[in-house]
Ligand binder design. Structure first.
Ligand code: HEM
Ligand SMILES: [Cu+2]
Length: 743
C-alpha cells in the first residue's frame, strides 16, 4: 500500500496530485477496511436520497387533498424509496460493517478473496447508479418495491423505468452474492488459531447466517427478474395470464426471496445488539448458545413462510394454515433472543451511553414490529389490514425501529475503532431523542390510520375524521428524524477533527477488533491474542477473572478447508436454487399443456441424449485429469484436460444444432410457454457450460505453461466442482424436459 508516502506529501504545492493519488488509492484498494468504508459511505449517500424521497412523500401526505406531488410522481417516489432503502442502504451498509469488522473480529488479516471483494463493491456501485439513471429517462420505476406483475409487464409499464429496475437489481444481486461468498469463506477458513465456530463473536455468527441466506435467497429474485426481462424484451408470457402465464408465480418467486430478505436485513442488527449490550452491561451475553441456535432456527423457518405475504391471493385453506403456522413459529426463536438481551442487561453494571440508548430503543421498538407481525400471521387480520397503513407501520417498526436503530447503536460503538476518535455524547443523545420521538410519531399513528382504513400507496386522501390530524403528526415526526440525521452528520464531522482520542479499547470491550490500534493498520494486527474463550480481549486485560477459568467452550479443531473449494460450493448452492426455480417454472407451465401449440414432442430426444453423453463423459475426463495432476503427470494431465474441453464444446455444438432446428421451424422463445421455459432453462445452462469451458481453457493454458502444479491445484479443484455441477444440472434438465419425468 502507498498510503504512507501519500500522507507525507507536501499538500501546499501538490494539493491536486495528492488528492488524485489518494482517490486512486481508494478506488483501487483491496483492503477490506477501505472497501467496508466505501460500502458504508455509498449507503449513507443513498440514505440521504431515500430519506429525501420519504420526506417529499410525507410533505404530500401532511394535508388531505394535497397537490404538492401528483400520483405519477408519488408512485415513482415510493417505488424508489422502498427499493433504495432495501437494496442501496440496508444491504450495502451491512456488507460494509461486515467487511470492516468480520476479519478483525476473527483475527484475520483480510477477507478470503480481496479481489472478489472489490469486484462485488464496484458491481453493486454501478448497479445502484444504473438504477438512478432511470430518472434521466424521465420515468423512474413505479411499480412498487415488489414490482408485481401484471403492473410491471410491458402492457402496463411500457416505459423503461422497470427495465432499469430489473437490470440494476440483477447487477446488485451479483455483487451481493459474490460479497456473501467472500464473507462465508472468510468466516469458515480464516479464523485465528483457537477460535472455534462456537467461540466467534455473535456479530460474526449472525453474519454467517445472513450470508447463507443471501446465497440461497437472492437466486430466487434473480430467476424472477430474468423471466420478467425475457417477457418484456423478447415477448414471452411467463407472467401474462391471458397467454397461459401466471401472475401469482411472480409473487411466489419474489417472496421466496423477499421474506428471507427481511432476515438478511435484521440478523446483522441482532448481531450488533449482541455486541453492544454485553459490553455496556459489563457481562458476557446471557445464553450465547441460545442466541446462536435460535438464529439457525430463524434461517430454516424463514424459508418456509414466504406466502404469508400472499394471503390475499386466495391460496386455499390448507396453504393458508401452513404458512400461518410457520410464521407464528418464528416468533419463538425471536422471542428467545429478546429474552437473552433483556437478561444480559438485568443486574448489569450499566453504562447508559448513546450506543446503549439506541440498543434499548431497538429492543422495545423491534418487539412492537414483531407483535404486529404476529398479528399478520392470522389470516383474517391480514385480509383486513393488508395494503393499509398498518402494514407501513409494521415494517417500518422492523426496519427503522429495528435495523436503523441497531445501525446507530453500532455506529457509536465502532466509530472509535474506525477513526481513532470518540463521537460526542451530548450530540449523540440529542440525535437519539430526535429519532425516538420522530420515529414513533411518524409510525405509531400509522397503526391507527391503517385500522381506520387508509390504504397505502395512495398519493392523497379525503378529509375523513381524524385522518388529517394523524397524517399531520406523522409528517411532523419525519422532520424530527431528518434533523436528527443532520445532528449525526455534524457529530461525525466535528468528532473526526476534534473528537476525544479513543485509544485501542475505549470501552474495555471483549472481542478481537479491540486488540489492535484505532484505526487498525493495513495488516490489522501485529499479534493476535491467544483465544481460549469467547472474550479473548477480556481475558487478556482481566487475567484474574478470565472466562476460560470458569467456562469451557469447545476447542478449535483447526481444520479450515480449501478456500477456493469452499467458495465454489457456496457458489453452486446459489446456482442450484436458480436452476431449481427455473425448472419449477417449467414443470408448472408444462403439466397442463392442453392448449399449447408446441410441446416437448418437437425435441429430438435421441440426438440430444447422445450429446448429453459427451457432457457426462467430460466429467469423467476431468476427474482423470485431476488424478494426473496430483501425480504430477503433466503431459497426461494436459491431454485429458484438452479432451474435457473438447467434449464440452461438442455438447455446445449439439445444443446449437437443436436451437437451429427449432428456429427454422419458427419455434422461438415467445411462441408459447413450453418454448419460453425450454429456451430459458437450456439457454442459461448453455451460458454456464460456456463459462465452464472458458475456465477450463484458462486452466489448460496454465497447464501448458507448466505453472499449474499439484501444489497450486486448489483453484483447479474449485473449477472441477463447478464443472461437475453444470453436468448434474444437465442431467436434471434432460430428465425433466426431454424425458418428461415429472409430467
Ligand atoms: C427515515 C424515515 C422514513 C420515512 C419517513 C419513510 C416513509 C415512507 C413512506 C411515506 C412510504 C410510502 C407508503 C405508501 O404510500 O404506501 C414508505 C414506503 C416504504 N418504506 Fe419507508 N420511510 C422511512 C425509512 C425507511 C427505511 C429505513 C426503510 C428500509 C430499510 C424503508 C422501507 C420502505 C419500504 C420497503 C416501503 C414500501 C415501498 C412500496 O410500497 O413499494 N423506509 N416509507
Ligand atoms: Cu415475510
Amino acid at each position: 500500500m502507498t498510503t504512507g508516502s501519500v500522507e507525507q506529501a507536501d499538500y501546499t504545492s501538490l494539493e491536486s496530485p495528492a488528492n488524485y493519488t489518494r482517490l486512486l488509492d481508494w478506488v483501487s484498494t483491496l483492503d477490506h477496511k477501505k472497501i467496508g468504508i466505501m460500502y458504508i459511505m455509498t449507503a449513507v449517500f443513498y440514505l440521504g436520497i431515500g430519506g429525501f424521497e420519504a420526506l417529499l412523500m410525507r410533505i404530500q401526505l401532511a394535508l388531505p387533498n394535497n397537490t404538492f406531488l401528483g400520483p405519477k410522481m408519488f408512485n415513482q417516489l415510493f417505488t424508489m424509496h422502498g427499493t433504495t432503502m432495501v437494496f442501496l442502504v440496508g444491504m450495502p451498509v451491512l456488507t460494509g460493517f461486515a467487511n470492516y469488522f468480520v476479519p478483525l473480529m476473527i483475527g484475520a488479516r483480510d477477507v478470503a478473496f480481496p479481489r472478489l471483494n472489490s469486484f462485488g463493491f464496484w458491481i453493486f456501485f454501478f448497479g445502484a447508479a444504473l438504477l438512478h439513471f432511470s430518472f434521466l429517462t424521465g420515468s423512474a420505476p413505479n411499480a412498487g418495491w415488489f414490482n408485481y406483475v401484471p403492473l410491471s409487464t410491458k402492457a402496463y409499464s411500457s416505459l423503461q423505468g422497470v427495465d432499469y429496475w430489473i437490470i440494476g437489481l440483477l447487477l446488485m444481486g451479483i455483487g451481493s452474492v459474490s460479497g456473501a461468498i467472500n464473507i462465508f469463506a472468510t468466516i469458515i477458513s480464516l479464523r485465528a488459531p483457537g477460535m472455534s465456530l462456537q467461540r466467534v463473536p455473535l456479530f460474526v455468527w449472525m453474519m454467517l447466517m445472513q450470508v447463507i441466506l443471501i446465497i440461497l435467497a437472492l437466486p430466487a429474485l434473480n430467476s424472477a427478474l430474468a423471466m420478467l426481462l425475457i417477457d418484456r424484451w423478447l415477448g414471452s408470457a411467463f407472467f401474462d395470464p391471458s397467454r397461459g402465464g401466471s401472475a401469482v408465480l411472480w409473487q411466489h418467486y419474489f417472496w421466496i426471496f423477499g421474506h428471507p430478505e427481511v432476515y438478511i436485513l435484521i440478523l446483522p442488527g441482532f448481531g450488533m445488539i449482541s455486541e453492544v449490550i454485553p459490553v455496556f452491561s459489563r457481562k458476557p451475553i446471557y445464553g450465547y448458545t441460545f442466541v446462536a441456535a435460535s438464529s439457525v432456527a430463524i434461517v430454516l423457518l424463514g424459508y418456509g413462510v414466504w406466502a404469508h405475504h400472499m394471503f390475499a391471493v386466495g391460496l386455499g385453506m390448507y396453504a393458508d394454515i401452513f404458512f400461518a403456522v410457520g410464521s407464528l413459529l418464528i416468533a419463538i426463536p425471536t422471542g428467545i433472543k429478546v429474552f437473552n438481551w433483556t437478561a444480559t442487561l438485568w443486574g448489569g453494571e450499566i453504562n447508559f451511553n448513546t450506543s446503549l440508548h439506541f440498543a434499548v430503543a431497538f429492543l422495545l421498538q423491534f418487539v412492537i414490529g414483531g407483535l404486529t407481525g404476529i398479528m399478520f400471521a392470522a389470516v383474517p387480520i391480514d385480509w383486513q389490514l393488508t395494503d393499509t397503513y398498518f402494514v407501513v407501520a409494521h415494517f417500518h417498526y422492523v426496519l427503522i425501529g429495528g435495523l436503523v436503530f441497531a445501525l446507530f447503536s453500532a455506529t457509536y460503538y465502532w466509530f472509535p475503532k474506525m477513526t481513532g476518535r470518540m463521537l460526542n455524547e451530548r450530540l449523540g443523545l440529542t440525535q437519539f431523542w430526535l429519532w425516538v420521538i420522530g420515529f414513533n410519531m411518524t409510525f405509531m399513528v400509522q397503526h391507527f390510520l391503517g385500522m381506520m382504513g387508509m390504504p397505502r400507496r395512495v398519493y392523497t386522501y379525503a378529509d375523513n375524521p381524524g385522518w388529517a390530524l394523524l397524517n399531520g403528526v406523522a409528517s411532523l415526526g419525519a422532520v424530527f428524524m431528518a434533523v436528527g440525521t443532520l445532528v449525526l452528520l455534524w457529530n461525525i464531522a466535528v468528532s473526526l477533527k476534534r473528537g476525544k482520542i479513543a485509544g485501542d479499547n475505549p470501552w474495555d470491550a471483549f472481542t478481537l477488533e479491540w486488540a489492535t490500534t484505532s484505526p487498525p493498520p493495513t495488516e490489522n494486527f501485529e499479534t493476535v491474542p491467544e483465544i481460549k474463550s469467547r472474550r479473548p480481549v477480556w481475558d487478556l486485560n482481566h487475567p484474574e477473572s478470565a472466562d476460560w477459568k470458569v467456562e469451557t467452550t469447545p476447542e478449535d479443531k483447526g481444520r479450515r478447508g480449501n478456500l477456493p473449494k469452499i467458495a465454489a460450493w457456496a457458489f453452486i448452492a446459489s446456482e442450484a436454487v436458480f436452476f431449481l426455480l427455473l425448472l419449477v417454472a417449467y414443470v408448472v407451465f408444462n403439466t397442463r399443456s392442453a392448449e399449447e401449440e408446441v410441446t416437448s414432442a418437437v425435441l429430438n430426444v435421441k440426438r440430444t441424449g447422445i450429446f448429453s453423453l459427451f457432457l457426462i463423459s467430460s466429467s469423467v475426463t476431468f476427474w482423470i485429469a485431476e488424478r494426473f495432476l496430483k501425480r504430477g503427470m503433466q503431459k497426461a494431465f494436459n491431454i485429458s484436460l484438452g479432451l474435457t474441453i473438447l467434449l464440452g464444446i461438442i455438447f455446445l455444438c449439439g445444443q446449437a444444432w437443436e436451437y437451429t432446428g427449432l428456429l427454422m421451424d419458427n419455434i422461438t422463445i415467445n411462441t408459447d410457454l413450453f418454448s419460453a421455459t425450454f429456451f430459458t432453462v437450456t439457454g442459461f445452462h448453455g451460458i454456464h457450460v460456456t463459462a465452464g469451458v472458458i475456465a477450463l481453457i484458462v486452466m489448460l493454458i496454465l497447464g501448458l505453461k507448466g505453472s499449474l502444479t499439484a501444489r497450486k491445484s486448489n483453484v483447479f479443484a474449485a473449477v472441477g466442482v463447478y464443472w461437475h455441477f453444470v453436468d448434474v444440472v444437465w442431467i436434471a434438465v434432460f430428465g425433466i424436459i426431454y424425458l418428461g419425468l415429472l409430467q
